[in-house]
Design a protein around this ligand. Structure first.
Ligand SMILES: [Zn+2]
Ligand SMILES: [Zn+2]
Length: 289
């Protein structure tokens, strides 16, 4: 590897069947030095707490294997800007649980899709999302930890907040006074939302837009997913690295960009067959060389 990129943090979303510490220990076996997990079932409202022993086992495994950052993806059910009071209240409670588990596990990042504001204006959605997130974290002991909530850009479907870099930046701006916030950008979402990562000039323009909105230093995680769908299609279908409409080159550019040297690069690609996780991690590792 070249000297500039040898410290790149590269990993993939892994299952925690058997425990978070087992997932951490598994990461280096497939070439990863960082990983993303769910800290509970992503399709259930109820979740159990992380015990101090589980937290300790995770910290020990991370130290032993030099794995980090630890990224947690929020449950798909959480919608912090729902127009339904009931869903929003449940989302605030569930998101607070996500933060508690992230802190108990010593995770650096908790990725959140900013939600759907169907039935309201975007302005109301932005307001509710910020208010809900601020309430969810209120009083929790995040100060002095590296913990950050990462607002993820979305595929740009109707009524979804975060379909543009401006919206991600706006969300971060509103939350800055209440919570530690930064951004997670997803290559597939960026592509299908309409940004050009593929052509060299388009990539440069997309980077310029990131710099002028979110700011490259606020991007902490790149979700590295190739896209099954066309640019601008707003269809969120992840594909293996190099096998979709994005192709290998944009990933190479991102991995070599010194502006993103501080980022974790994490695939969320499909697992269709045994070995797929390792294949995508190795593909990113090869591109970082
Ligand atoms: Zn993603
Ligand atoms: Zn996606």
């Amino acid at each position: 590897m070249s000297t500039q990129t040898q410290n790149r943090r590269i990993g993939i979303h892994l299952s925690t069947t058997g425990g978070v510490d087992k997932a951490v220990a598994h990461a280096p076996e497939i070439g990863a030095n960082t990983l993303q997990i769910f800290s509970a079932s992503p399709r259930m409202w109820r979740a159990s707490k992380i015990s101090p022993a589980q937290g300790e086992q995770t910290r020990t495994a991370r130290a032993a294997h030099n794995v980090g950052p630890l990224v947690i993806h929020t449950s798909y059910l959480v919608n912090v800007c729902s127009q339904s009071d009931e869903v929003r209240q449940k989302s605030i409670v569930a998101f607070r649980g996500e933060i508690e588990r992230a802190l108990a596990l010593g995770a650096e990042y908790l990725v959140l899709h900013p939600g759907s504001y169907r039935g309201m204006t975007r302005e109301q959605g932005l307001y509710l999302a910020a208010e809900s997130i601020a309430r969810a974290i209120d009083g929790l002991p995040w100060q002095g930890t590296p913990f950050h909530i990462l607002i993820e850009n979305t595929a740009g479907a109707e009524f979804s907040l975060g379909g543009s870099f401006e919206q991600v930046a706006e969300q971060i701006e509103r939350l800055r006074a209440h919570a530690p916030v930064a951004a997670c950008l997803d290559t597939c979402h960026t592509h299908v939302a309409g940004y050009d990562l593929v052509s060299e000039s388009g990539y440069a323009e997309t980077l310029r837009q990131i710099e002028q909105t979110v700011g490259t230093k606020h991007v902490r995680v790149w979700h590295c997913n190739d896209a099954k769908a066309e640019r601008g299609s707003k269809l969120d279908r992840h594909e293996h690295i190099g096998e979709g409409k994005i192709g290998l080159e944009p990933f190479r550019r991102l991995l070599h960009n010194p502006e993103f040297a501080h980022c974790a690069f994490i695939a969320e690609t499909p697992v269709d067959a045994p070995g797929d996780e390792e294949r995508d991690v190795r593909a990113l590792l090869a591109l970082a060389e």
